[in-house]
Write a protein that binds this ligand. Structure first.
Ligand SMILES: Cc1ncc(COP(=O)(O)O)c(C=O)c1O
Length: 432
């Protein structure tokens, strides 16, 4: 694009568009991107950026992948979309089969929806309708964790961290849920009794009104990029069983290899009653999410007063998205992806290590294909975002976190460039 075209695009963008978590006007201007290939984003002015974000955890195979492109065009030539009420189609059936084969055996049913937030809404509604059908309609509250993030719709927001999720802005519109502290036990450490004290107390006091506990297993993503001990999940499963409460895992960010396991639940070896998937489900090509539940939950809900699960999005099980998801999962499984993620982990670990010496850095941590520099003070996005672009990388920090979760196809040279840019930028910000 010519400089004049870029100016016009940005002027129209500033006038007409609203970007995520941004003011309508006066925010830092976005960077126009015109194409993407492999791990590189091409900006309108011709610059290329190495992508450290996988478009918010999703583009695990990188961009413009021939296998993925083929899957989209083949499905497009058959049918882009058809309603799912009263109809079914091969991509939905095949994807449901794949997902139930890859996840714990007792998760037998798949409910498709459009986005991660809606998959969480569906999970919460399933939990409530399950207890309703069992004659325990008073079980309507949810226990969630501090630092948790589950999406931006009202139900999902109600189980996000109340402070970082700014619950006070929405007053009584948000259902008041119960919160236990974010786990403090580190990923590679055991989890002791003290860690479970508050959640045990909450369950002891409220179990008769609690439908489910919802957690992001092992990695708390957008609420703090924290990694915690799988042993926490083992103890949590035992507590949920003891108190008769369902357990929901939100693997929207962690699913499909990001933590080094296909699903983060495999680190702990304990299983949820309901599982939410999204983001990398379609390799970042299309918006699609899935909520899986046990056969017992599905049958119980179906035998209840409504005789059905009360949800049905217009674009449910969109065939294009399902076909893309099948291609993405098959592509992932056809490669030595565990080795790739391990290599990326080593590259992130080595590349980010020098940040440990910086005075403005509180912590550096990596897990699977996730690398995090936690600063002492929040970063100023207006200052920092152009610094990354000048260094030829795309990294989008938030709060005190400068982090990367690259596409799995990133080679070691590009990863070294990415991590060096992160360390240099954090060093250049200085102690604040
Ligand atoms: C763990 C988790 N749950 C839910 C969501 C919401 O997904 P979506 O943005 O697709 O609605 C996100 C998004 O970042 C997430 O990380």
């Amino acid at each position: 694009m010519t400089p004049q075209q870029i100016d016009e695009l940005l002027a129209l963008d500033a006038e007409r568009l609203w970007h995520p978590y941004a003011p309508a006007s006066g925010g830092p201007p976005p960077f126009p991107v015109v194409s993407a290939q492999g791990v590189r984003l091409q900006l309108a002015d011709g610059r290329e950026l190495i992508d450290g974000m996988s478009s918010w955890w999703a583009a695990i195979h990188g961009y413009n992948h021939p296998v993925m492109n083929r899957a989209v065009s083949e499905q497009l030539s058959q049918m882009a979309h058809v309603m799912f009420g009263g109809l079914t189609h091969p991509p939905a059936v095949k994807l449901a089969r794949l997902l139930t084969d890859l996840t714990p055996a007792h998760l037998e049913r798949v409910f498709f929806s459009d986005s991660g937030s809606v998959a969480v809404e569906v999970a919460l509604k399933m939990a409530l309708q399950y207890w309703q059908s069992r004659g325990q309609g008073q079980k309507q509250r949810i226990i969630a964790l501090g630092n948790g993030y589950h999406g931006d719709t009202f139900g999902a927001m109600s189980v996000c961290d109340p402070v970082t999720g700014m619950h006070h802005l929405f007053g009584d519109a948000l259902r008041p849920q119960l919160f236990a502290p974010s786990p403090q036990c580190r990923f590679d450490a055991p989890c002791d009794d003290a860690e479970m004290e508050t959640i045990t107390a909450l369950l002891t006091q409220h179990h008769e009104e609690v439908a489910a506990v919802i957690v992001e297993p092992v990695v708390q993503g957008a609420g703090g990029m924290k990694f915690y001990s799988p042993e926490y999940l083992v103890r949590l499963r035992a507590l949920c069983d003891a108190f008769g409460v369902l357990l929901i895992y939100d693997e929207i960010a962690t699913g499909f290899g990001r933590t080094g396991k296909l699903f983060a639940l495999e680190h702990a070896g304990v299983e949820p009653d309901i599982l939410c998937l999204g983001k990398a489900l379609t390799g970042g090509y299309m918006t699609l999410a899935a909520t899986l539940c046990t056969g017992n939950i599905a049958e119980t809900i179906s035998a209840g007063e409504a005789g059905a699960f009360m949800h049905g999005p217009t674009f449910m099980a969109n065939p294009l998205a399902c076909a893309t998801a099948i291609a993405s999962i098959e592509l992932l499984l056809s490669q030595p992806w565990q080795r790739r993620v391990r290599e990326l982990n080593e590259a992130l670990e080595t590349g980010l290590a020098p940040a440990r010496e910086l005075a403005n850095v509180a912590d550096v941590r990596t897990l699977g294909a996730i690398g995090v520099i936690e600063l002492v003070e929040p970063v100023d996005m207006r200052q920092v975002q152009p610094m990354f672009v000048e260094r030829g990388v795309w990294v989008r920090p938030f709060g005190r976190l400068v982090y990367a979760m690259p596409p799995f196809i990133m080679n070691s040279d590009d990863c070294a460039t990415l991590t060096a840019a992160m360390v240099d930028t954090v060093a250049a910000i200085g102690p604040g």
